[in-house]
Unconditional design. Structure first.
Length: 481
């Protein structure tokens, strides 16, 4: 079983319809064999309050079997028995909470690939261009088949395997482009400024997806993690918490320390969560002691994770960026660093997901359940979960520190994401950072700590830009393939 803290895919997509997340990272955790260390103690076999006698269980199952049989025999149209059974499983889990779900066999491979950060593919990020509605390359990933073949940012993929991509969704395209390593796929590419489609045959390889990103790519295709060379301020973005996130972050911190880093921005905005173990590891990188997080469930004893001094990166101030789409594992990290006085939290109140899911193999490992089994508590003892009846004044989510709450309007958020997407293109040469009042405030705070000089008051936006609300305006998601 694998302990997971992340929002569900459907919820993440609805909430972040204009952002770049939108992929299956929100729910992509590994099956049992991939994360034995995350598993909680064995569940109790003792009778629990509310348990039914055996004869009543038999009556319940008989009612279910009778219903199944009646549908199978007498429904007006022939039904697929497997699909009917899977619908029943899905229905049971849907009744529990928004985060428990069934992972059918057809989805399990993609689910596992997401959390393991690797898959068979050609190595590009793709999106549907909002103006042309055609499948467009955001950027090739360094060292991959697409990168070596000369595929460039802005190229339009007209065909995959001889099939036109017109009308494709980004998910349709990813399914076509992914496949077993060693297998070939031919794509028809329309380069910028060209009138003819070039047919390029690519052999799929194992593609590894990074979860720790910097401010922009360097000319060699690696990330630049130093956002301010003058004051030595580092910057790392965590897109989600997967199997190698802690390791990737340690590598980035080593690079920054070798360049004399004096302060760090940890950007957790739009981070939907992921593995609990990786959230704990990230926290432990910055704390010498103190409680990181604790969990409490119905059939498992309360467990607490404590920080350890060896391997800690200390001696510099940290500013953590969060927004309304930072959820679960990212809330664990921001709450931990806030409660332990290790970082100032800047931005917006977070999503509010304080539950932990176990990924449990069923059907001999052919499918899985993602089942809520525990709640987590931040170091101060509070559960940050936002329940359906929670009010604005209730205690949920992670709030920015006093005077560091900065809400972005829908327009600001859209402009930031478009600008961020352009800056994330390899070789773009974009010297201008997108406008970002939250990042500006974080940098000002760190410079104040580093230099001892008071920060200047940041410019406030026009009154109309203060409004926030629905962000269902533009879909600029980009998925790896």
């Amino acid at each position: 079983m694998s302990l997971f803290c992340g929002v569900g895919r459907a919820i993440a997509l609805v909430a972040i319809v204009i952002t770049v997340c939108g992929s299956s990272w929100a729910t992509a955790q590994a099956p049992a064999e991939a994360a034995k260390a995350d598993a909680p103690p064995a569940q109790s076999t003792e009778p629990q309050p509310g348990d039914l006698p055996d004869d009543q269980y038999f009556e319940l199952f008989r009612e279910f079997v009778d219903t199944f049989e009646q549908i199978d025999r007498n429904y007006v149209k022939e039904v697929d028995r497997k699909e009917l059974m899977r619908a029943a499983i899905t229905g049971m889990l849907t009744e529990l909470d928004p985060y428990s779900s069934y992972i059918p066999p057809a989805d399990l491979a993609d689910f596992t690939q997401g959390i393991e950060q690797e898959f068979g593919g050609i190595g590009i990020q793709v999106q549907i261009d909002p103006e042309t509605r055609r499948l467009t390359v955001v950027t090739p990933l360094p060292g991959t088949p697409a990168y070596r073949s000369g595929v460039l940012s802005g190229d339009v993929i007209m065909e995959v395997g001889g099939e036109s991509t017109e009308g494709f969704t980004v998910e349709d395209a990813v399914k076509k482009l992914k496949g077993k390593p060693g297998e070939a796929v031919t794509i028809g590419v329309l380069h910028k400024g060209s009138e003819s489609v070039e047919q390029i045959e690519l052999v799929r390889e194992v593609i590894q997806v990074a979860t720790v990103l910097g401010d922009r790519y360097k000319t060699d295709g690696t990330w630049d993690f130093m956002i301010d060379d003058a004051d030595k301020v580092g910057y790392v973005r965590l897109t989600h918490f997967s199997r190698r996130t802690g390791e990737e972050l340690r590598d980035a911190l080593e690079q920054l320390q070798s360049k004399g880093m004096k302060g760090l921005v940890l950007d957790l905005r739009f981070n939907p969560g992921g593995l609990l173990s990786e959230a704990v590891e990230v926290c432990d990188l910055f704390l010498e002691k103190g409680t990181i997080v604790s969990t409490k469930g119905r059939n498992v004893p309360e467990r607490s994770w404590e920080a350890h001094q060896p391997g800690t990166y200390s001696g510099f101030p940290i500013a953590v960026l969060v927004n309304r789409y930072s959820a679960s594992a990212s809330e664990i990290v921001s709450a931990c660093l806030q409660d332990n006085d290790r970082a100032v939290v800047v931005g917006e109140r977070t999503w509010g997901k304080g539950s932990v899911q176990n990924v449990i193999d069923i059907g001999g490992g052919a499918s899985a359940l993602k089942l809520t089994t525990a709640s987590y508590l931040r170091p101060n003892g509070h559960n940050i979960h936002r329940f359906p009846d929670s009010k604005e004044e209730d205690e949920w989510g992670v709030k920015p520190d006093d005077s560091f709450e900065i809400k972005l309007s829908d327009d600001e958020l859209r402009d930031y994401l478009i600008g961020r997407r352009k800056r994330d293109v390899i070789g773009s040469g974009d010297e201008n950072r997108p406008k970002d009042r939250q990042l500006d405030a974080a940098l000002a705070r760190l410079r104040e700590k580093i230099t001892g000089k008071p920060a200047q008051e940041p410019a406030k936006p026009a009154q109309e830009a203060q409004k926030t609300g629905s962000t269902h305006r533009l879909d600029v998601r980009a998925l790896p393939a």
